[in-house]
Design a protein. Sequence first.
Length: 276
Amino acid sequence: MLEKIMKKILTFPRFAKALFDKREPRDNLISYLHEAESLNVVDADTVRMMEGALLVSEMQVRDIMVPRSEAVFVEEGGSPQDFISKAVDSGHSRFPVFDDRREAVIGILLAKDLLHNTILEDKVSLKDLLRPPIFVPESKRLNILLREFKANRQHLAVVVDEYGTVSGLVSIEDVIEQIVGEIDDEHDYDNEENIRRHGKERYTVKATTPLDELSEYFNVSFQSDDCETIGGLIAQNMGHVPKKGEETSLSGFLFKVLRADRRRVRLLRVTVDVKE
């Protein structure tokens, strides 16, 4: 697929020339891509993918990682049933394992290894099932990380800050999504469901949810003359495209960005703002 895209885009002379000229500013390459789109040389999806591929080398792990507070970890002293429950509830297949003091990651537990061991009733300790963890700094460039994931056949890395403290997780899927867009799987919630409730006053909301639908659901007026979706309203309120982890308050609710890329917000967490 990528080979076909490149053959097509290279038929556009200005982009083809600029692509192989290291002195050419990246912004110019992106500008030529959009020009090619306007001339129907390539479609919008191809432009977004190519733009993502160009921008990924400028992004760092800290831009896309799942913060430690939101990541799913398991503890060394937990029972197999605890691990299986977490696997079922989260839908994840790989889990970093903390030591008993929750200070260091001692390995990565694969759900398939645990399940195989449980079914066969092998008397194998948890430590015998752990895979060696990969640690990456927050500052690592995504294009380098993707190359390392591929070379080492790894899918998950533990992110550490400059002091060596665990600050989050990053997966190969997180990196690829920066290029091709969000990848939905069977564990992402229903595409037809824009708003999902979690407990009494906690919700996840798709950024593409229309303001009218959100207003009706919460019985609060979310209105804007310039935006039609809550993602657009959040970006307008902040004055920039929000990054993962950023928060803002609107109409008595606190909105936290759970998923975003360099172009748009994708998923939000909504809670009642106790400050108001």
